[in-house]
Ligand binder design. Structure first.
Ligand code: SF4
Length: 390
């Protein structure tokens, strides 16, 4: 690995913090998760502060960092409970955060998002809450290996609203095996009835190393056809659209004013730092990532080392494909005046016209964006556009 040179690069506008602890591992999950009955919150906070200090020294950044967004993901950040206030104090020291208008999101699991936790987070300065609902069907939740039931999901969303979270997201999973009979449209409606302002819908992906992956590999579980996946995706988009939600990214829907600014920074190429095990960052044009496991991460930091496991700087061709991936997954697409949009329109007018005719793409003057039908075949379309030379 070549040396990572970052002195003098601009500071991050976003900060992602990975809180890797979960009480139990869901059957489909391959994230960096450390099972713990009691999350070692103090130790995690110490590690985050050490890592942040290393970044300031490495890049010569002054405090306060110019953060516009913070996102605490996991894992199960709600296991942190009221200790979120300690994280707020840490962020205040490094970024003058709490007094400013930063968007601060934290993820939560309905099994641990109590009224008291929601209230204490709101007091700490968290102003956007994401709840890992996944489903409002008890059978589906059991099948996924989740710790909560549908009533627990409803109670968590009610607790969030009662605590004053005006920006409230529910994660929902679709694309389950046909054996899991569920009323998907009703479940999307239940999220709306609970008063959410944002919905993230994720198609279930099967990772070979998970219990679900092994069952699929053994033939015990048959994943659904592409048709069922597409139908559920379209049904969610239709129901959410009817309720006034804007489909602003492949997987994300929001009422106007409630889009996730943090995620926009990922998609528009802004610099961000990722702290915690497995976290990724993008700083000074370099992709940087940490060691995956909590144990390795904490031991390296305790020994005075850096948890960065790898980094890469993208070449011109890779950067172009990455830009296509990031821009075309959003409803902004490649806007008018973007040199890449102009290049594609000049180089492949017939291809783009045929996609427009198929309903996969919209050409808005000199701007290009994919439609919902285009998002369903995004891999194929971006690969074809990436192969156009220039
Ligand atoms: S709660 Fe989330 S991070 Fe934890 S095991 Fe389940 S899916 Fe993975």
């Amino acid at each position: 690995m070549s040396e990572l040179r970052l002195e003098g690069v601009p500071g991050p506008v976003s900060l992602y913090l990975h809180f890797p602890f979960c009480e139990h591992r869901c059957h489909y999950c391959d994230f960096s998760v450390h099972r713990a009955a009691r999350a070692p919150v103090e130790n995690w906070l110490e590690c985050i502060e050490l890592e942040l200090g290393q970044w300031l020294e490495r890049c010569g950044w002054d405090r306060p960092l110019p953060l516009e967004t913070v996102f605490v993901g996991g894992g199960t950040p709600s296991l942190m409970g009221p200790a979120m206030k300690r994280l707020a104090a840490l962020l205040e020291r490094y970024a003058g955060l709490v007094a400013s208008a930063v968007e601060w999101t934290a993820e939560s699991n309905p099994a641990s998002l109590t009224k008291a936790v929601a209230r204490s987070w709101r007091e700490a300065g968290v102003n956007r809450l994401s709840v890992g609902v996944q489903s409002f069907d008890d059978g589906v939740l059991r099948w996924l290996g989740r710790l909560h039931d549908a009533d627990g999901a409803r109670a968590a969303l009610a607790a969030a609203r009662a605590a004053g979270f005006e920006s409230l997201n529910a994660d929902l999973i679709f694309g389950l095996p046909v054996s899991e009979r569920r009323r998907w449209q009703d479940e999307v409606q239940m999220a709306l009835d609970a008063g959410v302002t944002h919905v993230s819908t994720y198609g279930l992906t099967v990772e070979p190393s998970t219990p679900l992956g092994r069952r699929v590999g053994a033939g015990d579980v048959v994943m659904p056809s592409g048709d069922r996946y597409s139908e559920e995706y379209a049904a969610a988009a239709e129901a959410l659209g009817r309720a006034g939600f804007v489909h602003y990214e492949v997987s994300n829907f929001a009422l106007p004013g409630h889009e996730c600014a943090h995620n926009w920074h990922y998609w528009d190429g802004s610099p961000y730092l990722g702290l915690g095990p497995s976290a990724h960052g993008y700083v000074g044009g370099n992709r940087v990532w940490n060691v995956f496991s909590w144990e390795a991460y904490r031991k390296i930091l305790a020994g005075g080392g850096s948890p960065i496991e790898g980094h890469e700087t993208l070449g011109a061709g890779e950067s172009r494909v990455e830009r296509l991936w990031l821009a075309l997954r959003t409803n902004r697409g490649l806007p008018a005046g973007d040199p890449l949009a102009e290049h594609l329109l000049e180089s492949a007018p017939d291809l783009l016209a045929s996609w427009r005719q198929a309903g996969w793409l919209e050409i808005d003057g000199p701007g290009i964006r994919l439609t919902e039908a285009g998002w369903l075949r995004m891999d194929e379309l971006v690969a074809a556009l990436g192969a156009i030379g220039g």
